[in-house]
Ligand binder design. Structure first.
Ligand code: NAI
Ligand code: ISE
Length: 336
């Protein structure tokens, strides 16, 4: 059986996910498209999914009897309304990060899914599907002893002019927020943000770089450097220090050359290239689970915890240097 998928939000990542469903992955087909910018949806229809039907609203697409499952890749502020509509219709949905832009909306989604009684939502935290992170997790779980500290960096060469200080949390750090919980099987108890000397490549509304310091329930200390005007490339670093040794996230595969008295390899510059394989694997997981009428992978609960943690981090930015406590509600058994 082919899973019939509808896409809400046909911008950059929506069209890219539509392309991978149509041309890379098995078991699903794009049958419906919707975007507030109908020309964008039409362009995806003509280039990627000529048989897909255009819907003027996301709600109509979700309600269509011809749609089995939904991909929500519109702007972050619109995710919650569509996820709630998909749950109400009993349809599995893949929602790009963030699950919601407020913790209250994320909680509403958790409550609706719990009331439905079965998982229907997968959140687009693709790093859990990255081969390098999976290898790192295996080593952390079995070879380096109890994890004590994690040193990490999320660096982008540049960001658009409209990228401002809180986006370093909502847009960028959110991937780290999720992946460390999964990597360490832990949760956060506090966050602190400190600001080093600012880069001259930034602007008045963006404090860049920033350092976020987390403490976890198990007492692990994590430092994350977020530096989104680092110039030299897109660079994700992660080093876990354990009682018996340490483990580093592998570098992306690259050819090493020896030439002109130099040993060199290229560094990626675009996050799309860095995580291209993990987007494929996360969507393959979605297709498999949605074909059984459910969802797997990062859950609404993970999206909710990421929202609570993000809010604490933004508060920590606003109160630079102060330690902000992070308190999580009890996890419903659906997510155990
Ligand atoms: P984009 O701006 O290229 O596309 C968003 C699309 O949503 C636009 O076509 C816009 O017209 C449409 N849209 C806005 N409001 C809508 C509504 N109410 N109903 C239907 N469509 C609506 O943005 P991009 O980069 O594709 O990001 C989309 C989402 O994906 C964001 O939440 C972003 O954080 C996430 N994302 C995730 C990445 C990852 O690595 N997992 C990478 C990039 C984006
Ligand atoms: C972007 O929005 C993403 O989600 C990418 O995965 C991330 O690495 C990048 O820094 C964000 O701006």
């Amino acid at each position: 059986m082919t899973l019939r998928i509808g896409v809400i939000g046909t911008g950059m990542i929506g069209s890219d996910h539509a392309r991978r469903i149509q041309t890379v992955l098995a078991g699903a087909s794009i049958v419906a498209l919707s975007d507030v910018n109908i020309d964008g949806a039409r362009a995806v229809q003509s280039e990627i999914a000529p048989d897909a039907v255009l819907y003027s609203t996301g709600e109509e697409l979700i309600a269509s009897p011809d749609v089995d499952a939904v991909l929500i890749t519109s702007w972050g502020g619109t995710h919650a309304q569509y996820v709630l509509a998909a749950i109400a219709a009993g349809k599995p949905c893949f929602c790009e990060k963030p699950l919601a832009t407020t913790a209250d909306d994320a909680r509403r989604i958790v409550d609706a899914e719990v009331a439905y009684g079965k998982r229907l939502v997968q959140v687009g935290f693709m790093r859990r599907y990255d081969a390098g992170y999976r290898l790192l997790k295996k080593v952390v779980d079995s070879e380096i002893g109890t994890p004590l500290m994690v040193h990490t960096a999320h660096r982008n060469p540049t960001v658009p002019e409209q990228y401002v200080t809180p986006m370093a949390i909502h847009d960028t750090l959110i991937h780290e927020i999720d992946v460390f919980r999964w990597l360490l099987d832990d949760d956060y108890v506090s966050a602190q943000v400190v600001f080093p000397r600012a880069s001259r490549h930034s602007h008045a509304k963006l404090a860049d770089p920033q350092i976020v310091l987390f403490e976890t329930k198990k007492g692990v200390r994590i430092d994350v450097e977020i530096f989104v005007n680092c110039r030299y490339g897109y660079d994700i670093q992660c080093q876990v220090v354990g009682e018996e040794g340490l483990a580093n996230l592998p570098e992306p595969m690259a050819i090493v050359t020896r030439k002109d008295a130099k040993v060199q390899n290229a560094i990626l510059t675009d996050w799309k290239d860095r995580f291209v394989d993990s987007y494929d694997v996360e969507l393959a997981d979605f297709i498999q689970a949605a074909s059984r009428g459910t969802a797997a992978g990062p859950s609404s609960w993970d999206g909710y915890v990421a929202s609570i943690t993000s809010d604490a981090c933004v508060e920590a930015q606003e109160k630079a240097g102060q330690i902000i406590d992070i308190a999580l509600p009890e996890r419903p058994s659906l997510y155990n």
